[in-house]
Structure formats: structure tokens, C-alpha cells
Design a protein around this ligand. Structure first.
Ligand code: OXD
Ligand code: MN
Length: 623
């Protein structure tokens, strides 16, 4: 059957009805509607959410998951971001870095546009204008975008993850200055995902501010505002303009209830290092009278210096949380559970679902799966009761299953999370998941040593395929999958931006690790979760000069007596261990760091000097 194409009168009428006035956006929509061959165009924003939900339910694209909660399954071979298929393209070969998977835009644009030609035939194109910033932010000129998507569930996700509506693009100072994001799902069963014949391309043409993603309708591959714009495009823009940093960082506030003083901390953690749990943390009960922790964001921060006071300010450009469901429970992250409560409009993806009760479940939600399996289906849609013996041990939820909810649903959301100026940053922390060597916290006061620490951040390889057990898979600043320009220039840009803060306004750096284990029985030496606040409080006291800590070659660590441990149980031996420096392990690490850094062309001399200083100090340690 011939699929009808959107005719031009209908298309113009749809844009008029939505009040889409920006002529450059209209032209862009016309071009891509024609190119992708869609049969209808619809402009959507937050105000359309309830209707889109109704339509998606009626079409069976999403299922009800209780009152005001929804559930979707993605195609079985389309369940995660694909790093191998993600490319940063520009016209300048000098933009090639180690991690950005650079290709010439002259090659990539024709290739992807070729795949997209008529690839949405018969479908509706949802036009989603958005802003990746609180309105009025000084960074708003970098934040406007329009995603075109041929997938309604993607539009529903975008409405949760970004501020969406025509108002964000109608009055742009420069009408043509918006990120052009095109998302075409493609024929998912025939894309050869993960094979040598893989057809998927997720391309950011950074110097043209264009994003062309073909071949997925899942998360980071399809919600173009979040990772492609919020991280890859924005970090490129921040570098070229020399104005700001865009990082995969969480952002929190800690308020001393007695004085009313709030400190703000942002920081990067490689995947599976507990970033969302930390971002949504509550104070431990024993400190709850004294401190309140507030949530700003769990995944992205844009940072710039405000010349008015010389401080670094951070915004969370997102409007929602796209959190990993696995292991989210009352202990690990109670506020996340609050943020997906009935009435929140949350969208779950690829968790387990009960047809009869409309409940959802994922591994780690409760220690055991529901005992009565009646009605329960795993993330692929298979009834648990009909699983073969071979499959009985398979997880019910996909390990990368998600919940998508708006920031305002998070119970401890900061009162000023929409402040366009952002919040002043007191500390920048980096942390990985490391079973030994890395102490609980080590503070770094020198700028180059702080940036050096971020560049040598990593998480332990957990699978043989990823590397040698116990060795770090380096993930500079937790940006390895999102790097858009060369690492040497990235380090220089960091030194420039943070270095342009006034002395008094400069944040302190710290490296944290909640995951040290006892080498004999494997128990965690530090309780983690809410108790992590104790390490951050120490850092703030250090910054303010009320504690001194103990200087080591890799930074300042707390003296045990300086940590507020009221109401917490940890053995003195465990505490001593998490606050000590293991010289032989650090020496081995320094050799690997040297090889890691040597891969980056043009790494600033300040970073090498920091490396040499730290290495010399470690070599001088006994042991
Ligand atoms: C990610 C995410 O993939 O935030 O890092 O979804
Ligand atoms: Mn992320």
C-alpha cells in the first residue's frame, strides 16, 4: 500500500495550530518531513502530555502501571546506549580525540541522511521544541533545540526530560540558533544490532549543531536533548565559545539547618558507581536534625564563571531523571522511589510488569521477586510462569531498565532548582567504584591536581571482557562516552574555566570512594549511602578551615576524629583502612596513569607536572 506523505497545506496548518512561529524551525520541519516521508506532523510540548499518554495507552504503546504511572517495553535488541555506533563528526580533522569516535561530517551527513530518506513513511513526525536549561539562564543560548522524532514514546520521554514547548523556540534572539536533532527509529528488527552489518548511526555533527540518530528508540540513543545535546553538543559549544563546561555530573546542596548556609557540590562518577543514589541521598537519621540534603540533578551539569562574583555556577540543564531501576529500593534510594510514586506520570521501561495488577518490579526492588508469579511478565513480555527451565534464572527486568520522571517529583528537590543563574559550586568531586587503594575521600586544593584527578578517574573493570579484574577502566571526568573534542584540549579548557574563577570562588576538588572492601571477607569497609554525607561534610569543613586533615601525596584525608560519626557503626580498623594510603598499590597505579595520559595529544604541561609531583611524593612514601 502506498503510504501518503504529509501534504504541505496540512503541515503548515499543524505548525500554525501549535503556534510555532520561528521561521527557521518551520523550514527545518518542512525539510525533514519531506526527507523522512512522514504522513503527518504534530508539534508537541508539555501541555500535550495527557493527550499523548491517552493515545499511547489506546495504541498499546504504553501500559498503565497503577495510578498515573506507565510502562513501556523497548525492542529486545534495543535496550541501551550504543557507544560503538556513536560518532562525533565535524569538518575539522583536528577535532579527533581518543574517545570521541570522530569522523568527517562530509562522510557522515550523506550516509545518515541517506538511511533516513523515507524511513518514517506512514508515521507521524513529532516536533519537540525544548530548552536544556532553566528559562532565563545565561547559558540558554546554547540550550534551545528541536527534536524531530517518529516515535510517540520518545516524545513522552522528552516531555519528562526537558522543558518542552513552542515557547522555548519562538522568541530566540537568533531564530536559527537551535540544535537540530533528528531521530528516526528505523526498522528495528532488521538493523543488525551488534553485528558487523550494524546499520545504526548516532551522529552529532558538532560544528553544525545537528544531531542525526538512526536505528533505535531507546533512551540515550533517542532522547536527543539529554546526552547528544546536553553533553556532546554542549561540551563542544562550551569549548568553542570558551564559555562553559558541560559534564556528566550530579549536583546536590547540603544545608546546615542551624546557620541556613548551603554548600553545593557537583561531580562525576562512571556508570554503576552510584551517582544517582548519591544525588538523591538523604542525611543519615542521626544528622537529620542538623543537615538537609537537596537534589538538583543526577546526570548533567553545565558550569560557568559568573564575572559578578568570580564563582563557578552550575545548572542542571535537564528537567527529569532517567534513572536505572536495578537495585533501587528503600535503603539504596528512598527518594527515587518517592519520585515514581502514584500520580507522578513516571514512565518505566523494560522492568517486569504484572498484567493483572499493573505492578512493576525489578531486581533489587525487594530481596526476592514476587512469590506469586501470576500475571508477571519479564521485560521481554514473556510470562514468568511459562519460562523454560533454562531461562528460569534470567533476570525479570533488564539490567538497564529505567524510570523516567520529572525533577519536581523528587521529594527532596531543591527549592531553587529552577534558578536561572544556577547555584555556586563549593566542591567538585570525582568517584569510582574501587575495591582497594582509593581512600574514602581525599581533598585536592590545587587546580591542576584536581583536573589531573578527574582525567585519571575510572571504575574497576567488572567483566573479563572489559579489562583485567581490579584495574581501572579510565573514564576521564566520567565523560568517556560523551567526549566531543580531543582530551588534551578538554584538559586545557577545564584549567581555563575553573582557573578563571577568583581565588576565593574556586571550588575544592575531592576524590571519593564508598566501595573499599576487606580483602579477606569482602565486606564493605564503609557503610555507604546516607553515611556518605559524613565525608562530604568533612570536605566542607576542610574548605572552611575548621579541620586540617592529614596531608598525603594524593591529597588531604580526614583524621578519624574529624569525621562526624555519631550514629554510625564502623570498626576502628575499617575506618583506619579507608583513611590510609596504600603506597605499593598507588605506585602501580601511577605507572598505568602515565600510559593512560600519554595517549592524549597536547595534554597541558600543568597536568604532566601535577602527575610528576604526585608520583614523586608517592615514591617518597615508605612501604
Ligand atoms: C547514561 C544515562 O547512559 O544517563 O549515562 O542514561
Ligand atoms: Mn548518565
Amino acid at each position: 500500500m502506498m503510504k501518503t506523505r504529509a501534504n504541505s497545506a496540512d503541515l503548515e496548518a499543524a505548525l500554525d495550530r501549535a503556534g510555532l512561529e520561528n521561521p527557521a524551525v518551520r523550514e527545518y520541519v518542512r525539510h525533514w518531513a519531506d526527507h523522512t516521508g512522514v504522513s503527518r506532523v504534530e508539534v508537541v510540548g508539555a501541555a500535550d502530555d495527557a493527550r499523548l499518554v491517552r493515545e499511547s495507552l489506546a495504541a498499546g504503546e504504553i501500559l498503565p502501571a497503577g495510578d498515573g504511572r506507565y510502562y513501556a517495553r523497548s525492542y529486545v535488541k534495543d535496550t541501551a546506549r550504543s557507544e560503538e555506533r556513536t560518532i562525533v563528526a565535524t569538518a575539522r580533522p583536528r577535532d579527533k580525540g581518543l574517545y570521541n569516535n570522530w569522523r568527517p561530517s562530509s562522510e557522515m551527513r550523506p550516509l545518515v541522511t541517506g538511511l533516513m530518506r523515507d524511513a518514517s513513511a506512514g508515521k507521524t513526525m513529532y516536533v519537540v521544541p525544548y530548552l536544556m536549561a532553566p528559562p532565563g539562564s545565561p547559558l540558554a543560548p546554547y540550550a534551545a533545540g528541536v527534536e524531530l522524532t517518529d516515535h510517540r514514546t520518545v516524545a513522552l520521554h522528552m516531555i519528562r526530560m526537558a522543558r518542552c514547548g513552542v515557547e522555548y523556540v519562538n522568541d530566540l534572539a537568533e531564530p536559527g540558533r537551535f540544535v537540530r536533532g533528528v531521530h528516526v527509529t528505523g526498522d528495528l528488527p532488521n538493523l543488525g544490532q551488534g553485528t558487523p552489518d550494524d546499520q545504526r548511526y548516532f551522529v552529532t555533527i558538532a560544528d553544525e549543531r545537528a544531531i542525526l540518530h538512526y536505528g533505535s528508540s531507546y533512551g540515550g540513543n533517542a532522547l536527543l536533548g539529554k546526552i547528544a545535546h546536553g553533553l556532546r553538543q554542549a561540551s563542544y559549544d562550551g569549548w568553542v565559545s570558551e564559555e562553559f563546561l558541560a559534564e556528566q555530573f550530579m549536583l546536590i546542596g547540603i544545608t546546615d539547618k542551624q546557620t541556613g548556609r548551603t554548600w553545593h557540590i557537583c561531580g562525576g562518577f562512571p556508570s554503576a558507581s552510584g551517582k544517582t543514589n548519591l544525588a538523591m541521598m538523604l542525611a543519615p537519621d542521626s544528622l537529620g536534625e542538623e543537615y538537609h540534603v537537596s537534589f538538583y540533578g543526577d546526570d548533567i551539569a553545565w558550569l560557568q564563571v559568573d564575572p559578578a562574583d568570580g564563582r563557578i555556577y552550575a545548572i542542571n540543564p535537564e528537567f527529569g531523571v532517567f534513572g536505572v531501576a536495578k537495585d533501587t529500593n528503600e535503603v539504596t534510594n528512598p527518594t527515587a522511589l518517592g519520585s515514581v510514586a502514584p500520580g507522578t506520570g513516571v514512565l518505566f521501561t523494560n522492568v517486569a510488569y504484572n498484567d493483572l495488577t499493573q505492578e512493576v518490579w525489578w531486581e533489587g526492588r525487594t530481596p526476592q521477586p514476587p512469590a506469586d508469579v501470576t500475571g508477571w511478565r519479564d521485560w521481554t513480555g514473556q510470562l514468568i510462569s511459562e519460562r523454560s527451565a533454562d531461562n528460569a534464572a534470567q533476570p525479570w527486568a533488564h539490567p538497564n531498565s529505567r524510570f523516567t520522571t520529572t525533577l519536581a517529583n523528587v521529594p527532596n528537590i531543591a527549592a531553587d532548582f529552577e534558578n536561572p543563574r544556577g547555584v555556586p559550586i563549593d566542591a567538585i568531586i570525582f568517584g569510582g567504584r574501587t575495591r582497594d587503594r582509593e581512600p574514602l575521600i581525599r581533598a585536592i586544593t590545587d587546580l591542576a591536581e584536581g583536573v589531573y584527578d578527574g582525567l585519571t578517574l575510572g571504575a574497576e573493570a567488572t567483566f573479563a571482557a572489559e579489562g583485567v579484574e581490579g584495574q581501572l577502566r579510565y573514564d576521564p571526568m566520567s565523560m568517556r562516552p560523551f567526549m566531543s573534542y580531543p582530551e588534551g584540549a578538554y584538559a586545557a579548557h577545564w584549567l581555563r574555566i575553573i582557573g578563571s574563577a577568583s581565588d576565593a570562588g574556586r571550588p575544592i576538588f575531592a576524590h571519593v570512594n564508598w566501595f573499599q572492601r576487606d580483602p579477606d571477607d569482602g565486606h564493605f569497609l564503609w557503610p555507604g549511602y546516607r553515611d556518605n554525607l559524613r565525608a562530604l561534610l568533612w570536605l566542607m569543613r576542610l574548605k572552611e578551615g575548621s579541620v586540617q586533615g592529614v596531608q598525603t601525596p594524593v591529597g588531604i584525608v580526614p583524621a578519624v576524629s574529624e569525621l562526624d560519626l555519631e550514629g554510625m557503626s564502623a570498626s576502628p580498623a575499617d575506618l583506619a583502612k579507608v583513611l590510609s594510603i596504600d603506597a605499593p598499590r598507588w605506585r602501580a597505579e601511577m605507572t598505568r596513569r602515565e600510559r593512560h595520559l600519554a595517549q592524549f595529544e597536547g595534554l597541558p604541561e600543568e597536568i604532566w607536572a601535577a602527575h610528576r609531583r604526585v608520583a614523586a611524593a608517592i615514591n617518597a612514601l615508605d612501604g
